[in-house]
Design a protein around this ligand. Sequence first.
Ligand code: TPP
Ligand code: SF4
Length: 478
Amino acid sequence: MKGAVLRKPTGFMDVYKHKPGNEKDRTHYCPGCGHGILHKLIAEALEDFEITDRTILISPVGCSVFAYYYFNTGNFQVAHGRAPAVATAVSRANPEDVVISYQGDGDLAAIGGNHIVQAANRGENMAVFFVNNAIYGMTGGQMAPTTLEGMKTTTTPYGRNPMTDGYPMKVAELLDSLYAPVFIARTSLHDVPNIRKTRSAVRKAIQNTMDRKGFSLVEVLSMCPSNWKMDAVASQKWIQDSMLPVFPLGTLRDRSAEAAPHEAGHSILDAAEVGRILELGEGGATALGRRQIEPRYANPAIRVAGFGGQGILSIGQALASVGLEYGYNVSWLPSYGPEMRGGTAFCSVMIQEGVIGAPDATQPTVLIAMNRPSMERFEKIILPGGCLLYNSTLIEVQPTRSDIEIWPVPITGIADELGNTKVQSMVAVGAFAGVTGLFGLDDIIGLLPGLFPGKSIVELNAKAVRAGFEFTSKARRI
Ligand SMILES: Cc1ncc(C[n+]2csc(CCOP(=O)(O)OP(=O)(O)O)c2C)c(N)n1
Ligand code: SF4
């Protein structure tokens, strides 16, 4: 007789790598939490179906925000409630892949309520695993749409009152009123027989997605001992006694057998076709002749950082726009946060020959640091061998890295000499071109009227770009 082999399914990573140097082989979930059980059922299915390599998991905001640290799949972590929207794009763009959206009840039923309804109504090809633990777990136990009547949460301290707070939302039943979904079930994790039923439902939803049958959703009742303020055993019993009467288990719909497979890529337009429809002309842009550049600056991931008012986002936009005119694929990703009130503002720009996988320059080839906090914050993430271009007018401290190329440029000082501090952003653009050799000076200056239409300071901007460019041509890097 064969002995049982206990090991992690290959659908999981070997270790949970939350922070570099802090790799763990154990979960971040609380003891008794249902998320871990559901993760395991999914990871086992991925291994058994041999689809780990072609699965893309969309993680939500919530306690399962770190799902991407566990699953050995392609991963996206998305804005709160937007998993179905991102899953739609990923599924349509990659019709051969298996797309899974994993969401909690705050994520799916509250802030993302409309997204899930629309994705289900369109019958998008995806498997959605919806963890209903009747509460917001991650943020410390606020009321969710699924919170039971009378249930105490931090936002319903006297118990959920339907007169003021509404009734528990039955998501599976709600989506079952739509025409398009192929499979909708509600299962639970509170005991072994129900975990087995959840296992089957998980596999059915994933199988449907592999077969391109359309939209499948499994609502999974799941324990949250920490916020229910119970131990693990009492939490399981609470599901049995309190949740099941409100959220009955079972398969609400299964049209898997009769549903016709979606034609792969049926709704994707050819890129050239899009260009023609939008009258973008050949290649979508006026391509300038590309320049000979050092390989280290080929396909740069750029982060631009400084304080609000330094034109950080404009620098990024200008670099991306000029890159586009050279016929590169480009992206510009601004970061809006409390930075808007005076701290560090930043954006990421990718200028690539190939497809841009992710628009966030988490390990930039080039950092343009316009003030001291931004240099101190981002110097450490520059790719070894990359480049730091910093505003030496405002940054009086020295960079610390010895494995990168360092360019101190008095960006604000040059702009002041030209008579207007505001054009420091254009000095930075010129300096970037001078350092990297990616763009020609005359090309940038020629594009300025189109980059900032209606701005009366084109001439001053041109002077600023030239000054930044020429400074880096004459100055020596460190
Ligand atoms: C746009 C936005 N709004 C609010 C939050 C705060 N927030 C983080 S997680 C969460 C709710 C998570 O609850 P749920 O989806 O039920 O997942 P659980 O943690 O219970 O697994 C909220 C409101 C946020 N991160 N982003
Ligand atoms: S707070 Fe609740 S949902 Fe979050 S990990 Fe802990 S038990 Fe799980």
